[in-house]
Design a protein around this ligand. Sequence first.
Ligand SMILES: *[C@@H]1O[C@H](CO)[C@@H](O)[C@H](O)[C@H]1NC(C)=O
Ligand SMILES: *[C@@H]1O[C@H](CO)[C@@H](O)[C@H](O)[C@H]1NC(C)=O
Length: 266
Amino acid sequence: DSIMRVWALLWALGLLLKEVHAWGYRNGVFHNSIWLEQAAGVYHRESRKGRYQLTYKEAIAVCKYEGGSLATYDQLEAARQIGFHVCSAGWFGKGRVGYPIVKPGAQCGFGKIGIIDYGYRLNKSERWDVYCYNPDAKECGGVLTEQQKILQSPGFPEEYQNEQICYWHIRVRLGQRVHLQFLEFDVEDDIDCLADYLEVYDSYDDVTGFVGRFCGDYLPYDIISTGNVMTLKFLSDASVTAGGFQLQYKAVNASSISQNIKDFLN
Ligand SMILES: *[C@@H]1O[C@H](CO)[C@@H](O)[C@H](O)[C@H]1NC(C)=O
Ligand SMILES: *[C@@H]1O[C@H](CO)[C@@H](O)[C@H](O)[C@H]1NC(C)=O
């Protein structure tokens, strides 16, 4: 165990030095790492009333409601190491506030990388978002690293609820791509999908790599990422729900994709 710790520390140091190219990690080293085990299960939540509305007490309740707890700093950092990037400050363990930044940007994180840490808040009535940890209940979002998995809208096959916001961050090994297939799809329909929608990003976050926004009951085509990450964001507004969706992703070796496409076309 202590060897693992030393190894992890050295590895983390190495990573810091490489931070500029940071998030494109080498040789699938993350697979089976202790970071991954800690990271899977971390997710971000905001209040149903919107951004930055949760007191510390309310933040704890939000995580608890779903059977989880506040993420610890280490869990949040572990998630960040595999690409969990959220531009919203939230409560996490022991009354601390911050957010995980993978790629520096002027708009977010003051150009820094890491956990942007606002420290332990003395005033627990301040209002922020929250970072929860629950490895057993990733139904509404989470960091996913399995080679394949079925994702579904919260409560599926029951209708999803109003005012949901879920982020799924999918990360497979370097050199692999994410092949997303829609199995069932029924999301409140409206022109431009402004009410409820599922968005897909060919990226580790929901800022770059926008692929599409989906609603209605038309089954979208398969989507294959260009890199080893993909982000899904599901949002439902305050009224009208629908049956929800079920999707499957599979890690595919980048080199075998052209062959797959050929097979598909034949
Ligand atoms: C604590 O924060 C709340 C919300 O920002 C604010 O209304 C209140 O005045 C603060 N209390 C103190 C003692 O600063
Ligand atoms: C993908 O590549 C890995 C490592 O090169 C190999 O072990 C695995 O069998 C490949 N999987 C498929 C489905 O081709």
